[in-house]
Design a binder for this molecule. Structure first.
Ligand SMILES: Cc1cc2nc3c(=O)[nH]c(=O)nc-3n(C[C@H](O)[C@H](O)[C@H](O)COP(=O)(O)OP(=O)(O)OC[C@H]3O[C@@H](n4cnc5c(N)ncnc54)[C@H](O)[C@@H]3O)c2cc1C
Length: 309
């Protein structure tokens, strides 16, 4: 380890110990990944902020993660600190203003909306992961995304300040937000719903769930969701990546234990002991075939975290 003395200093400054040499496989839904030098599970906002500031002040490479549902860790692990966000809590501030800490899960948010009879967020049902991960990648489904319901947020900026910001700050677009470039950490999101009868919310959530079940692999399949973003063709038309992948025979392709899910050509799955190298090799082959056949460059939606910068 290069950072000798860090664990002791971390414990003093943050208040709880970090772990060393933690295997990352269990923290990504791909179930792939070597060991992180350091790992910390933050359960309060204070811990999360202190841990991030500690890493920044000491020049320790670090990365925040939520549920790991959109991530591919490196077989060689992560040189630095993985900061897992387990800061949970959702409350109502005004009749339809939802305040959610960034480590709360979308599942918890869906239950909250149902309990409080708040509609407008049903499209998020079934998307795994945390509020932080969802805002980072502007998660969504059925032509709606979280950026449309987010009003304000609190973030920890790169310079170490906790500030309140408005929606515009995020420049939301398809599976994209300003968090991807800025490196700021989302602490809390303010989401706007509207008063809706519980029965209607449940009906809407159930309908979306049924539609998702037809398209997506079951929960126990190791994957990180759609591997590629849906591309826009030179004509300006947006097409599902799965439509192009189907036509290049993706569903028959595999590399080692990494394979394309037979039910959906845009899902790469880990069939057992796949490595990140195999997943990336398979993705590279898929991209190359799509490029040859259609002249379209697919862009990864899944985020690969390399072991070294
Ligand atoms: C079966 C399946 C179905 C899926 N369906 C959909 C879908 O329909 N629509 C969709 O959009 N996605 C979908 N996904 C992808 C995934 O659920 C989303 O991208 C989700 O938002 C990831 O959240 P997470 O907490 O797991 O983020 P992680 O995977 O842990 O992290 C993703 C990125 O967010 C960053 N991040 C996490 N928390 C914060 C924070 N607090 N502040 C700043 N950055 C942060 C991380 O550094 C990382 O770069 C699916 C995934 C699976 C496995």
């Amino acid at each position: 380890m290069v950072h000798t003395g860090f664990p002791e200093r971390f414990r003093t400054e943050v208040g709880r110990p970090l772990e060393e040499g933690v295997s990352l496989g269990p923290y990504s839904n791909f179930r792939i990944g070597g060991r992180a030098d350091f790992f910390f599970d933050a359960v309060t906002e204070e811990e999360l902020v202190r841990a991030a500031l500690f890493a920044r002040e000491h020049g320790l490479r670090h990365r925040i993660i939520g549920g790991g549902y959109n991530l591919l860790f490196d077989d060689r692990g992560f040189r630095g600190l993985i900061l897992r966000n387990a800061v949970r809590g959702i409350r109502l501030e005004a009749p339809s203003r939802i305040i959610a800490t960034s480590g709360s899960t979308l599942e918890e948010l869906m239950t909250f909306c149902l309990d409080q009879e708040l509609g407008g967020l049903e499209f998020l049902v079934g998307i795994p992961g945390t509020i932080g991960g969802a805002v980072y990648g502007n998660a969504g489904a059925f032509d709606q995304n979280i950026g449309q319901v987010l009003q304000e947020a609190r973030i920890l900026t790169l310079s170490g300040e906790v500030v309140r910001i408005e929606r515009d700050f995020f420049s939301f677009s398809y599976r994209n937000s300003a968090l991807k470039k800025s490196g700021h950490i989302l602490l809390e999101a303010v989401l706007e719903g509207y008063t809706r009868d519980r029965g209607h919310i449940r009906e809407q959530q159930d309908e979306y769930c049924r539609k998702r079940e037809n398209r997506h692999p079951p929960r126990d399949v190791a994957c990180a969701g759609s591997y590629f973003k849906n591309p826009t063709l030179p004509s300006g038309e947006k097409v599902p990546a799965a439509f192009l992948l189907d036509q290049i025979g993706a569903k028959d392709m595999e590399v080692g234990a990494a394979a394309v899910y037979p039910g959906h050509a845009n899902f790469i799955i880990n069939q057992g002991r796949a490595t990140s190298q195999q997943v990336r090799e398979l993705a590279a082959r898929l991209k190359s075939r799509v490029r040859e056949r259609f002249g379209v460059d697919l862009e990864e939606e899944v985020i690969f975290l390399p072991a070294e910068p």
